[in-house]
Design a protein around this ligand. Structure first.
Ligand code: AMP
Ligand code: TRP
Length: 337
């Protein structure tokens, strides 16, 4: 049987946090067991907002090392850096010419991010979703495991593939480009900020206490959880819209402890915050410990990391070039031979 193909990525814009891990990376690790899995560090997306070159290079390597530390296995998956495959930028241009402006004007994330950028909004930021569509379509991905915030971008990628490429340019009724599907698992799909229960945990939140990153020390984790926003009610519960903090921290605890929602719901039903928070801190520290150990080994062995990324690059290049050529041909661009 042909295995389905998966593609996903995270931006190297800052430290990877629990939301990235639980909403995205953790799912890749399971998927790689019976899917053909491609994961990239999307550094071209990271330059859609002002950035520091040195920081970007460092974050790109760190992010790749974290993928592996979280359990992505280079023997099972292709792990690569987006900007090292020029086909991403080339396909992005072709898709730009096929995508209507008014589809782009609806993108919620662009609206949110552009408000934050003030006068400094680049064309790249507006075009971000098209580059993301290029990432996905290049690898003929069947499934794209992401958090809930990316759903609209996935729909755009599907619409471009279906309505703007396959139905317009196929000469024999066969699709030119595979139409991908989002894979958004319910548990962990949206982890909220520790300081504001109605806002998602995000790399770009100026308040460091709003997120726990995968490399935070045990002391820092304990401190951040101690400071996390709570309410005055005793007893913790899921799904009470008036208590977003309780729902978020309880969800985190159920995932990180591995106990599951049912057990945790019962165990914590009458628990006060003062008893609960140390339990959550302990579960978080234990869940992150193996990741931190492996990360430290890898980041101190650059040769091994470079080798993995070189191999990933070669695998990715091969698939990407084929898709790019197929579309170039379908659009009437003359090929070299
Ligand atoms: P980004 O940090 O924007 O590069 O996101 C990388 C991946 O993490 C994407 O699949 C997002 O959907 C996912 N993600 C980001 N923030 C969260 C969050 N707070 N909860 C769940 N998933 C998230
Ligand atoms: N836009 C995604 C995010 O911020 C990152 C991303 C870029 C991505 N290209 C992708 C995710 C392709 C999945 C597939 O979360």
């Amino acid at each position: 049987m042909v295995r389905k193909r998966v593609l996903s990525g995270v931006q190297p814009t800052g430290a990877i946090h629990l939301g990235n891990w639980l909403g995205a990376i953790r799912n890749w690790v399971e998927l790689q067991e019976n899917h053909e899995t491609y994961v990239c560090v999307v550094d071209l997306h990271a330059i859609t907002v002002p950035h520091d070159p040195k920081q970007l290079a460092e974050n790109t390597l760190r992010t790749a090392a974290l993928y592996i530390a979280c359990g992505m296995d280079p023997a099972k998956s292709t792990i690569f850096i987006q900007s090292q495959i020029s086909a991403h930028s080339e396909l992005c241009w072709l898709l730009n010419c096929l995508t209507p402006m008014n589809w782009m004007e609806r993108m919620i994330q662009f609206k949110e991010k552009s408000i934050k950028q003030g006068d400094n909004v680049s064309i790249g930021l507006f075009d971000y979703p098209v580059l993301m569509a290029a990432d996905i379509l290049l690898y003929n991905a069947d499934l794209v495991p992401v958090g809930e915030d990316q759903k609209q971008h996935l729909e755009l990628a599907r619409d471009i593939a279906q309505q703007r490429i396959n139905s317009k340019f196929s000469s024999n009724g066969e699709p030119i480009i595979k139409v991908p599907k989002p894979l958004i698992l319910k548990e962990g799909a949206k982890i909220m900020s520790l300081t504001e229960g109605n806002k998602k945990m995000s790399k770009s939140d100026p308040n460091d206490n709003s997120r726990i990153t995968l490399l935070d020390s045990p002391e820092l984790i304990t401190k951040k959880i101690k400071r996390a926003k709570t309410d005055t009610t005793i007893g913790l519960e899921f799904n009470n819209p008036k208590r977003p903090e309780a729902d978020n921290l309880l969800s985190l605890y159920s995932i990180l402890s591995g106990l599951g929602r049912e057990v945790v719901g019962k165990d914590c039903a009458e628990m006060g915050w003062g008893t609960f928070k140390p339990l959550l801190a302990e579960a978080t520290i234990s869940a992150l410990k193996p990741i931190q150990t492996q990360y430290n080994e890898l980041i101190n062995d650059r040769g091994e990391l470079d080798r993995i990324l070189l191999e990933g690059r070669a695998n990715a290049e091969e698939v990407a070039q084929k898709t790019l050529s197929r579309l170039q041909l379908a659009l009437g661009l003359l090929r070299k031979n």
